[in-house]
Design a protein around this ligand. Structure first.
Ligand code: SF4
Length: 388
């Protein structure tokens, strides 16, 4: 079937896009047609007026890691003289700075540190909960949970239960990259199989923790691989919604960042293709993800990797959320991205200039009181952007 027939029929019927049809659209459909359809779907799912954003702070509490992902410039192996692990005092001081700007959550992730067992983590979470009761704690990625389980000698589900009991609210979706065995075994051979990431996420969802799904692409994988990643997430989402009533809050994709990726002379895996992805490929990926995920409510634009201008374009082609202020980030920025934090004013300004009303949210996507944006344009009075 031609891309035109697939897209027309999908938009008319609203039926779920099959992986095979999604690959045809990814490979063949013109970008403007995909973006127009994705924007229409975004309006159906999220309304046409508001774009949400979050005031938060990234905290990368340790850079010690034993996993050695091909693309990572952030980590240092145990014993390296540039390693660090932050203590409660340092972390709490960072959270205080977040509180001063009305922040509502921290996203705390780090390396897989073989010296840290479950007690380090539960003590840290309990103390942060007591010291900063209004801040949501979204912490650790599935590979860190696996690392804690290994060091402590308990299961990943037990680790998650203990962290939840200590006061952790959510498990961010970091470390998914490409959930396709042949890609993952090339770029992150020690990270474990895609099935492990999905299992830990499923366990987190069974406990009611807030979760999101991520996707780093541009490792030289095919369109089939990219859709396979989305298929596996969509399948887990179906299962989680049917078992627990909810699953991932959102899907967030960005191209791998390699500009400054020189630590340990990271090679680029075994693949021989051009790596990364430019703006048009990124926008294609966002549009396809909006059309593909009929069971994930929110699609996030990634301004830290693509810049605010391309993020604005994503908001007009499937995305409904502008991400977060971040305030501090060290993992992606170690690979060469220049701008790794944005003020609330900058995010609001970008949202208003894209034609939407900015709205603060928390990590559960609940809407919060929002200060009026300083930027005032008449765009909101104009018809919603269904055409480009
Ligand atoms: S991406 Fe994460 S798991 Fe991989 S080497 Fe870097 S810190 Fe370790």
């Amino acid at each position: 079937m031609s891309w035109q027939v697939i897209l027309d029929s999908h938009m008319r019927s609203g039926q779920r896009l099959s992986p095979e049809d999604a690959v045809v659209l990814y490979e063949k459909a013109p970008l403007h047609s995909l973006r127009r359809s994705a924007n229409q779907r975004r309006i159906e799912m999220n309304g046409k007026e508001e774009v949400t954003y979050l005031i938060d702070r990234n905290i990368n509490y340790t850079n010690v890691c034993t996993i050695n992902c091909q693309f990572c410039s952030f980590y240092r192996p145990p014993g390296h003289d540039e390693t660090y692990t932050q203590d409660l005092n340092e972390i709490s001081n960072r959270v205080k700075e977040l509180e001063q700007i009305d922040g509502v959550r921290i996203l705390m992730q780090g390396g897989v540190n073989p010296d840290l067992g479950i007690d380090f983590y539960t003590d840290l979470i309990k103390s942060l909960r007591e010291l900063h009761p209004t801040i949501d704690l979204d912490c650790f990625s599935p590979i860190e949970i696996e690392g804690i389980a290994d060091v402590t000698g308990i299961s990943t589900l037990q680790v998650l239960e203990k962290l939840k009991e200590a006061g952790m609210h959510g498990l961010p979706g970091g470390g998914a990259e490409m959930l396709v065995d042949e890609v993952r075994s090339d770029v992150s051979p020690k990270k474990g199989s895609p099935a492990n990431w999905l299992r830990v996420m499923s366990e987190a969802q069974s406990l009611g923790l807030i979760t999101s799904a991520t996707n780093v692409f541009g490792f030289g994988e095919t369109e089939e691989h990219r859709i396979e990643h989305m298929r596996r997430i969509r399948e887990l989402q179906d299962e989680s919604i049917s078992k627990y009533g909810k699953g991932f809050t959102s899907f967030i994709a960005w191209p791998v960042q390699l500009e400054n990726n020189t630590y340990g002379k990271r090679n680029r895996g075994r693949n021989k293709f051009e790596l990364g992805a430019g703006p048009s490929e990124y926008l294609r990926h966002v549009a396809i993800s909006r059309l593909f995920f009929d069971n994930i409510e929110h699609i996030q634009a990634s301004w830290p990797t693509m810049g605010l201008s391309i993020a604005q374009m994503a908001l007009l082609g499937g995305a409904d959320d502008a991400g977060s202020t971040m305030m501090e980030e060290n993992v992606v920025s170690a690979s060469g991205t220049d701008k790794m934090s944005a003020s609330e004013h900058e995010l609001q300004d970008a949202i208003v200039r894209a034609g939407f009303r900015p709205r603060r949210r928390n990590s559960r996507y609940e809407l919060l009181d929002t200060p009026d944006p300083e930027t005032k344009l008449e765009l909101l009075a104009a018809p919603p952007p269904t055409q480009f």
